[in-house]
Design a protein around this ligand. Structure first.
Ligand SMILES: *Cc1c(COP(=O)(O)O)cnc(C)c1O
Length: 821
């Protein structure tokens, strides 16, 4: 839908100069996501960590002409043909605009809130109701203060039902989301511990969430959840409540029994007095509860939509994330099995582009027909073609009748097939090489067959790395710092074991200022992979100067011997002003100049022009513990003095930095010009900092389960005997993968289906054994060595070491798999 810019200015109450007549239809908040400049209205948002005003010049060059800003910067004056709408708070303006847009539609709108399952319920509802309604819904889990207005903005005349999620992490947030979604039907899924830190109590959080439902006609929830039921009563919303229940046979939706089989669950229920049997293809409690929420909504919204119970059997699991995997012939695969629609295609293409930076990979899209889009195929595929062109995709492989029919709208290298089988059998299927392939298909095209064939087959033990958690942790630390303080992210030792390249790429994308590695070769690897931001090498070797200069890596310089060698090398090569980083030892006694050396350093530097001191730094020996606070303060003082002397001796600005992760947590006042973030980035806090997210999960699968009779021994050297008849699971991870042998014989535990089980017997080189007698486990189940629910610090405590060692000991043969939520 298009809006005149003048109307938008009025709606958001903007101050303006002379406005040029124009219309826009797209809202842009991230400059990197620009696709259609002429139709975009850019909102310059200010967050704790960034400021959209910085990107206006760049966007203007790319032909964007409409901007909502809070600061009218001098450089905007020259952009005479652009409209600037000036408001106090750009996020609020965006929300106001979305609220206005929402008011144009008089259709049922479902608002979903709760701690877990919002996205799943939304996607299940979509699957169950798309034949009855033309549905607009939040893409993925766009449910924040920013995501909600962007989601609601997608509403158009053709829609007959809206489904939007609302997530909050702080008091007062829901109050703002309520008018934007203005739901007519509310669902509250459950209330858990997520985001608890900002609320006084679960009660406050629940009450806050319920404000979403102030103007609803009906509120759907689990009536057996007494906590939610009480909150609904206190919020005076009982008269609208539609509770489903397993215990109250009077409930409009009464669940008589839930019968779990091996692969499916049979639910006997009474719907408005009629008995029904619904079978669903899931057996976990969360999915069952999510489906029941959906049944209750359907019952209220359109009772006949429940008549055909086979739809429930065909429900498909909702993939929540984008995976990047190694493919055959140097290909990278991005698998997106999330419901195929044009919005999620847009997001997936962005992700694909962001993974491509610097790689000599061709970008290929394998796409199926987009089903149930509610748009006529002709205009739908024209839109897709436009998007694919704007996102600079090199090649499209289209699968399905519709795509084949509209093949001509695509103006890039292309191939089309009617079915997935036809494509797999085609000669071109064998020719993938050096490509970054996005695989995106509607479920019934079974694209998993494609990805299975293209995936490189490896060991079943993997380290999963959550790139969103990295970004979250990065921003968590950034929010503790002044906006102008620079950040170095330490990706030494293969990114503390998590893999440096994908991390570096993600950090570069999020505008980290510097990376630091241990040795020059690590830095060279990053350069090869297209990392262009400055990289510091902490332990440069005299033998590696070539690698340093060729890759423009900036060395730490800690001694006169190294300084002189650097100066000689630059002079020999005719290089001037090569950046170096001066390390001062203030008490750690690892590498470094002594503070007394500063005058001599200045003298040497002033006498040459080959190198310049880009920064000066020192390292704290005990920033994580209050026990050493006196010593830390001594170090801080020594450094402040030495760094000041260096700067005045050199007469140019030198970046000063001393804090590591624990330092940022505990001594933020000494952030100076820059900080060096290490372990905190990976989700481990040395000083008990809250709010970090776990990044890495080491997991494997059960290869076999053996029934072992009482009295038998397990493994090498017969170190463990089972006292009772036992079930023993064998998993493919051993000390060669980095599983420390001290965890043998009950020394360590793993997590299977959420339950802890001990390691039994001695850990072997490539495998170990787990006692699963007391839990429900079967062959093929996932086994977590460490992760969200079994923190790496628990493992390091058991071994009397530190998390750093566990993380960096994971063998390179363990495949790293990166994902985004
Ligand atoms: C590794 C390292 C860091 C990061 O330390 P964390 O405790 O992981 O935050 C910072 N500075 C230097 C010099 C380092 O070697």
């Amino acid at each position: 839908m298009e809006y005149a810019i003048k109307e938008i200015a009025r709606v958001i109450g903007a101050k303006t100069n002379q406005l040029l007549d124009d219309t826009v239809s797209l809202l842009l908040t991230d400059s990197r996501r620009l696709s259609f400049p002429e139709k975009s209205l850019f909102f310059a948002l200010k967050t704790k960590t960034n400021d959209g005003h910085r990107y206006i010049q760049e966007l203007y060059k790319l032909r964007v002409r409409n901007f909502v800003v809070s600061d009218m910067l001098p450089e905007f004056e020259s952009m005479k043909d652009a409209n600037f709408l000036i408001v106090k708070d750009t996020l609020r303006a965006l929300q106001k605009l979305a609220t206005h847009h929402r008011k144009q539609f008089n259709i049922p709108v479902i608002g979903i809130t709760g701690s877990n399952g919002k996205t799943i319920v939304k996607e299940f509802l979509y699957q169950l109701l798309h034949n009855e309604f033309n549905i607009v819904r939040s893409p993925r889990s766009y449910n924040s203060q920013l995501g909600v207005p962007l989601s609601v903005w997608q509403m158009s005349e053709k829609n007959t039902l809206g489904i939007f999620e609302a997530g909050i992490s702080q008091p007062d947030e829901m109050e703002r989301l309520q008018p934007i979604i203005a739901p007519t039907i509310g669902i509250i899924t459950n209330i858990g511990e997520a985001h608890q830190e900002n609320f006084l109590s679960s009660n406050q959080k629940c009450m806050e969430k319920l404000t979403l439902f102030n103007d609803c006609e009906a509120i759907i929830y689990d009536g057996d959840d007494l906590f939610i039921a009480n909150c609904i009563e206190s919020a005076c919303l009982s008269h609208k409540a539609i509770a489903w229940s397993r215990t109250d046979s009077e409930a409009p939706l009464f669940i008589e029994s839930i019968d779990k089989k091996e692969f499916e669950t049979i639910i006997h229920c009474t719907l408005l007095g009629f008995n029904r049997v619904v079978t669903i293809p899931f057996t976990d409690d969360a999915s069952i509860e999510n489906v029941i929420h959906c049944m209750a909504v359907m019952l209220y919204l359109k009772p006949t939509s429940v008549n055909d119970v086979t739809k429930f059997l065909h429900l498909e699991p909702v993939a929540m994330r984008l995976d990047v995997k190694q493919g055959i012939n140097n290909c990278l695969l991005i698998n997106d099995t999330y419901n195929s629609d044009i919005n999620s295609l847009d997001i997936a293409l962005d992700f694909q582009q962001s993974r491509r930076v610097g790689k000599q990979l061709k970008s290929t899209l394998i796409l199926s027909d987009i089903l149930q889009s509610g748009t006529l195929p002709k205009s739908l595929y024209k839109k897709v073609a436009d998007l694919v062109r704007r996102k600079k995709i090199d090649r499209i492989i289209g699968i399905g009748r519709d795509l084949k029919e509209y093949a001509s709208v695509f103006e890039i290298e292309k191939e089309f097939y009617t079915t997935t089988e036809e494509f797999i059998k085609s000669p071109s299927f064998k020719k993938f090489k050096d490509e970054l392939i996005l695989i995106k298909g509607s479920r019934h095209f079974h694209f998993e067959q494609i990805s299975e064939l293209l995936e490189k087959k490896v060991h079943e033990t993997i380290l999963e790395v959550n790139l969103d958690a990295i970004v979250h942790n990065f921003n968590q630390y950034r929010s503790k710092l002044k906006p102008e303080t620079k950040m170095v992210c330490m990706v030494k030792a293969f990114g503390y074991g998590a893999g440096s390249y994908e991390l570096a790429k993600t950090l570069q994308e999020h505008r980290c200022d510097y990376l630091a590695v241990a040795v020059a070769d690590e830095g060279a690897e990053l350069r090869k992979e297209g990392i262009s931001i400055p990289i510091i090498v902490m332990n440069p070797e005299f033998s590696s100067f070539n690698v340093l200069f060729e890759n423009h890596l900036e060395p730490e310089v800690y001694s006169f011997r190294l300084l002189d060698a650097m100066i000689r090398e630059t002079e020999r090569r005719g290089i001037t002003s090569y950046p170096i980083h001066i390390k001062i030892d203030t008490g750690m006694h690892r590498l470094g100049f002594q503070p007394e050396d500063v005058p001599a350093i200045c003298e040497r530097l002033r006498a040459q022009s080959g190198v310049i001191a880009r920064s000066v730094f020192s390292h704290l020996a005990g920033s994580d513990s209050y026990v050493f606070d006196d010593f830390t303060h001594q170090q801080l003082d020594k450094f402040t003095k030495a760094a000041g002397e260096l700067e005045s001796g050199l007469e140019y600005k030198v970046i000063k930095h001393i804090l590591n992760s624990a330092g940022i947590e505990r001594f933020a006042a000494y952030q100076m010009d820059m900080v060096r973030l290490g372990i905190g980035l990976y989700g481990v806090s040395a000083s008990g900092q809250k709010g970090l997210r776990n990044v890495s999960t080491l997991k494997t699968t059960i290869l076999q389960i053996q029934n072992v009779p009482a009295g038998d021994s397990i493994g090498y050297s017969r170190m463990s005997y089972v006292k009772r008849d036992s079930r023993i699971a064998i998993i493919p991870i051993g000390y060669a993968d980095g599983l420390d042998r001290h965890f043998s014989n009950g020394g360590g535990e793993v997590l299977i289906n959420g339950q802890r089980c001990p390691i039994i017997g001695n850990i072997c080189m490539d495998a170990c054994m787990i006692d699963v007698t007391d839990i429900h486990a079967q062959e093929g189940d996932a086994v977590i060595i460490f992760g969200d629910e079994l923190p790496v610090s628990e493992l390091s405590d058991k071994l009397k070491t530190i998390p750093y060692e566990i993380l960096t000991s994971i063998s390179p043969r363990v495949k790293r798999v990166y994902f985004r939520e």
